[in-house]
Design a protein around this ligand. Structure first.
Ligand code: AMP
Ligand code: ZN
Ligand code: FE
Ligand code: FE
Length: 304
């Protein structure tokens, strides 16, 4: 196969996307992808359906997760800062991983209820309306509230919902429990998976790389994360600040980290389109080499 089209970050309604796992695979096929990774937030519940659909459609399938994590600042008063870690090819039955994901989901649930209660003091919304929009067992997230705000005409679209009502630094926001970044990296490695830092240069998350904006600082920060177990960085993602991407390429190179590119597709919940950023086969092979948790499913023509 000539350079394949590999997209390593996508969500379904098993977390906060809008497609079923089967619909995601069909969309991936339609978008001409050769390989798609399913990376729902803090759950592996969509894997089985997605893999069956992938085999039927002949689309390569990489089981994954997007694990919520946090960075704690030195000052005890400052709130925890949220970071996302993609974990490819983890063993879905690893007890530490299973426990960690269950705890995060439970806290996400309580936190969503609290946020809706706070919102309900100022606008017409209640938790039953939101719960009705969450698929049974799905990982709840702010996009589920956004969905209701849009449906009720309180905002015109999801982006507007995140500008005020759902903003991380807004008046209604409630944080949720997540393991520290070091723990998240450990848990993914222990489960035989390959951890990749998701969208580290997105506007609100620059702290994921310690706010480093010069090559030396960025390289040394990434080297520290590599020592903690990080395998790679999602360098090509629509939310990464464009003017820093070249520096991130060089810094990941120097720190010995692999580089991925992905869409972070959420169906109708976000404008991100499948295949808008891709991962090269060379970098994908590095992920396959490091993984010992779960196998990827790849069609025969992938190796032709
Ligand atoms: P949560 O996990 O509940 O904290 O919500 C974060 C999720 O909301 C992420 O998966 C993002 O994809 C989504 N999100 C964050 N900011 C925005 C935005 N401005 N527009 C649309 N979706 C967003
Ligand atoms: Zn999401
Ligand atoms: Fe994310
Ligand atoms: Fe994501």
């Amino acid at each position: 196969m000539p350079e394949p089209r590999i997209d390593l970050h996508a969500h379904t309604r098993v977390s906060d996307g809008s497609d079923t796992p089967t619909e995601l695979i069909n969309q991936a096929k339609h978008a001409g992808l050769d390989v798609i990774a399913l990376t729902d937030h803090d759950t592996t519940a969509g894997w089985e359906e997605a893999q069956s659909a992938a085999q039927a459609a002949g689309v390569g399938f990489v089981p994954g997760i997007e694990l919520s994590a946090q960075i704690l600042d030195n000052s005890p008063e400052s709130p925890p800062l949220s970071v996302h870690v993609l974990g490819y090819l983890v063993d879905a039955d690893n007890p530490s991983l299973v426990d960690e994901m269950a705890t995060i989901r439970e806290h996400r649930n309580d936190r969503l209820r609290l946020m809706v209660e706070r919102l309900g003091e100022d606008i017409d919304i209640n938790f039953d309306e939101v719960a009705a929009r969450i698929a049974p067992g799905a990982t709840p997230g702010r996009p589920h509230i956004a969905d209701v705000l849009v449906r009720k005409g309180i905002v015109t679209d999801v982006s507007q919902a995140f500008e005020h009502y759902l903003a991380g630094d807004g008046p209604y926001h409630v944080p949720h429990y997540a393991p520290k970044l070091s723990r998240a990296l450990d848990v993914i490695r222990q489960a035989g998976g390959v951890p990749v830092l998701a969208h580290p240069l997105s506007g609100g998350r620059r702290y994921a790389l310690d706010g480093s904006d010069n090559l030396e600082d960025l390289t040394s920060h990434l080297a520290t994360l590599a020592e903690m177990g990080l395998a790679g960085v999602e360098v090509y993602h629509r939310e990464n600040a464009r003017h820093l991407v070249a520096m991130l390429e060089e810094a990941t190179n120097r720190a010995g980290l692999l580089r991925t590119g992905s869409s972070d597709y959420h169906g109708t919940k976000k404008p991100n389109r499948l295949g808008e950023n891709l991962t090269t086969r060379r970098e994908f092979d590095k992920i396959l080499e490091q993984a010992t948790g779960s196998p990827a499913w790849l069609p025969e023509n992938f190796f032709a």
